[in-house]
Design a protein. Structure first.
Length: 256
């Protein structure tokens, strides 16, 4: 049975690589239907109403380190806005079932395999308007993913390695995270290293919201909404600038 399961996984991986996004789109359809049933309506928050008027259906993508609260805060933010919440890791787990993301990471070349799947999932999720997408901590590593994320507004949930360590060890077992192995000292070292390596990538987000240890999800959510209102009022979203720049490059190429 284990051999059959492994062969099925290999077949699945090569299927979605070979047939583009069609297989992923089909398999995610039922997953999205379940997510839609879990979608809550707007909470009549005045500040959220201000943001809604400015978003005009634009989606929001949350990026940040593992343990930064992307899923819990993403759900609350979607509820405030009357948006659908989608989680890219949850979608990937659905596609990999009965295997897990951790199972894939523990295999040789597993992280590269997962990053390819993650990129495909994001390309599928970005097709939808009025969604809050919680991405995986490493989604910012692939350059192509930024082209996908720029179709919406990107919010970075900043948290120090110390805060991340406290959350991950207090609320869950670090071993559940494929990149966290070893004792407490090793886990802390990994968090510090990843935080440093990815800092310049997270800085590319449209908005960055710093978190303190005493901050609850509702406080962070309020801060995100306020920062997005300010960002949109201050200058056009970066995704719009990116589209304009791409259109200009295409015109220059045609002229040449």
């Amino acid at each position: 049975m284990l051999v059959l399961g492994y062969l099925f996984f290999i077949f699945f991986i090569f299927s979605w690589i070979g047939t583009g996004e069609s297989l992923i789109a089909i398999r995610l359809a039922s997953w999205r239907r379940h997510a839609i049933l879990m979608c809550n309506s707007n909470c009549n928050n005045p500040l959220a109403d201000q943001l809604l008027g400015r978003l005009k259906g634009t989606s929001i993508f949350l990026v940040g380190m593992m343990g930064s609260g992307k899923t819990s805060i993403g759900k609350l933010l979607a509820q405030r806005l009357g948006y659908l919440h989608l989680d890219s890791d949850e979608a990937a787990e659905y596609l990999l079932a009965p295997r897990t993301i951790a199972d894939v990471f523990h295999e040789e070349g597993g992280e590269d395999t997962f990053r390819q799947l993650e990129a495909s999932v994001l390309r599928e999720l970005v097709q939808h308007r009025r969604v809050v997408v919680s991405t995986g901590g490493g989604a910012v590593l692939k350059r192509e993913n930024w082209g996908t994320l720029r179709h919406g507004l990107v919010v970075h949930l900043e948290a120090s390695p110390t805060l991340l360590f406290d959350r991950l060890t207090r609320l869950e077992a670090p071993a559940q995270r494929p990149l966290l192995r070893g004792d407490a000292l090793q886990v802390m070292g990994t968090l510090q290293r990843l935080h440093q390596e990815r800092a310049h990538l997270y800085q590319q987000a449209d908005v960055s919201v710093a978190q303190q240890g005493e901050d609850g999800p509702e406080q962070v959510c309020d801060r995100i909404i306020g920062e997005l209102v300010h960002f949109i009022d201050s200058h056009p979203p970066q995704w719009q600038q990116w589209k304009e720049q791409r259109a200009e490059r295409e015109e220059e190429e045609e002229a040449a």
